[in-house]
Design a protein around this ligand. Structure first.
Ligand code: AHR
Length: 493
């Protein structure tokens, strides 16, 4: 099969915000305890953080990490995670029916994000709490000193303010599963007042209002409209969340799930623009796709999980090779909306629906989905270019007719490098691709990285961590996108 991928330097989509390659750590399962933090572990540093995990995180070059939830945050008292560790209370985590030891709190976690080379994106509890507690948390984190909460931070051993710039105003507040779920009116008012007061404490912060939990929610659309009507002047981003799965065992359809993400982004952007016009505002609302991934493998297992234990193994999806291809298509889709989506978080980072897995007390390794994320984060930088693909199409079930090849071209003018990310969704045929790059002087292919495997269900495990890992093809001759493969083509110019 043949395909042509066209892009032109003169037709950009927009600058790629590095924060598109963010991720997420929630107090959930073994994400924090046994993942990021494990004081007795052979690789633990002086703060109890696993350095083997940190090394894998650093290779992903994650600019921003959302914390501490997720559903967890809607019942969270941030003060429980401050002060002396031995005095911290054990609490019921009602979101995940677990016990929370509070041995890691905002102070410890911001220290960890620094070690990981990331910025912290903090969420406030708008489920059981509100304006007062959010205000105090911003004061604890960001106010220099001389006040109750800034002095408490200093007494906890953090002389310098954390300078946390990005804040989420609650999490999935439209979801009936959410602790303290709200109607759009209730949430919109609360979020607006909380935002206003948080920015009084620190005018430099940027705020994310909750959009719908996913595009299938019954209130999707009207939720966004009402929430934005209340919050528009005070917030900087509206959130989107979406998870995909292949429970139906229909790989051809599953690999087309990026179409859903694409339509979701377009719809939410349109609603934002509608409200902007209605309010006669100059501000263009940015989008924060702060939860996205494949999530379905662990669903049945999680129903059997014993309640009220510390760090239970929850949401531990073991990702297959085809999941990595789906993640590749989703990354390409985010890049196609680089003009509007300015932050995004792969949910999550360690153990919980994550690219990185650990054994508590043992080894850690990269799952299949680690690699497309690492490649995009490393190579798809600079400007996203409008990309058109001329190729065959196939019947992708509920997603309709879909092209075999999904692709985006990016250009890093500083490094004089062009990157083509491409997934060949065909399950049977290789594609010979012509890459037509307009406006660049003699682009030269210098690298061709691939993720391919004969077995769509291949996984990485602690014993076989490299079953699915990238390989380097010779950067010469015709470009072949192997059947069901992820490809990174790097050109210099
Ligand atoms: O990422 C797992 C969960 O998915 C989060 O806690 C919640 O926000 C979403 O429903």
């Amino acid at each position: 099969m043949k395909a042509t991928i066209f892009a032109d330097r003169r037709f950009p989509i927009g600058e790629i915000d590095r924060r598109l390659y963010g991720s997420f750590v929630e107090h959930l399962g073994r994400s924090v305890y046994g993942g990021v933090y494990e004081p007795g572990h052979a690789t633990a540093d002086e703060d109890g953080f696993r350095t083997d995990v940190l090394e894998l995180v650093k290779k992903l070059d994650v600019p921003v990490i959302r914390y501490p939830g997720g559903n967890f945050v809607s019942g969270y008292n941030w003060e429980d995670g401050t002060g002396k560790k031995e005095d911290r209370p054990v609490r019921l985590d009602l979101a995940w029916y677990s016990l929370e030891s509070n041995q890691v709190g905002v102070g410890e976690f911001q220290k960890w994000t620094k070690k990981a080379g990331s910025d912290l994106m903090m969420a406030v509890n708008l489920g059981t709490r509100g304006v007062e507690d959010a205000k105090n948390l911003v004061e604890y984190c960001n106010f220099p000193g001389g006040t109750k909460y800034s002095e408490k931070r200093k007494a906890d051993g953090y002389e310098e303010p954390f300078g946390i710039k990005y804040w989420c105003l609650g999490n999935e507040m439209d979801g009936p599963w959410q602790i303290g779920a709200k109607t759009a009116e209730e949430y919109g008012r609360l979020a607006a007042e909380t935002a206003k007061v948080m920015k009084m404490v620190d005018p430099e912060i940027e705020l994310v209002a909750c959009g719908s939990s996913n595009s299938g929610m019954p209130t999707f659309g009207s939720w966004e409209e009402t929430v934005l009507e209340h919050t528009y002047p005070y917030v900087d981003y509206l959130s989107l969340h979406s998870y995909y799965g292949n429970a139906a065992e229909n790989t051809a359809e599953f690999l087309a799930c990026s179409k859903d993400m694409d339509e979701f982004i377009k719809t939410v952007a349109s609603i934002c623009d509608f409200v902007q016009q209605k309010l006669h505002s100059d501000k263009v609302m940015k989008l924060s796709f702060d939860e996205w991934n494949v999530w379905f493998h662990s669903n049945e297992q999680d129903k059997k999980q014993e309640k009220w234990t510390f760090a239970p193994p929850l949401l531990e999806d073991v990702y297959t090779f085809e999941d990595a291809l789906a993640v590749g298509c989703l990354l390409i889709t985010l890049l196609k909306h680089a003009d509007r989506v300015k932050m995004a978080c792969l949910a999550q980072l360690v153990n919980v629906i994550a690219p990185i897995m650990t054994e508590t007390g043992g080894r850690c390794w990269a799952q299949t989905i680690y690699y497309p994320f690492m490649h995009a984060s490393a190579y798809a930088r600079g400007t996203a270019l409008q990309t058109n693909v001329d190729c065959g199409t196939y019947d992708a079930g509920r997603y309709g007719e879909m092209p075999y090849v999904e692709s985006i071209v990016t250009a890093d003018e500083e490094k004089r490098e062009i990157t083509v990310l491409a997934v060949n969704r065909s399950l049977t045929e290789d594609v010979e691709a012509e890459i037509d790059l307009g406006g660049f002087k003699e682009p030269k292919l210098v690298r061709h990285l691939v993720l391919e495997n004969d077995d769509l269900k291949a996984v990485n495990t602690a014993d076989a961590p490299n079953t699915v890992s990238p390989a380097e093809r010779k950067a010469e001759g015709p470009v072949i996108l192997a059947k069901h493969s992820w490809n990174v083509l790097v050109y210099t110019y």
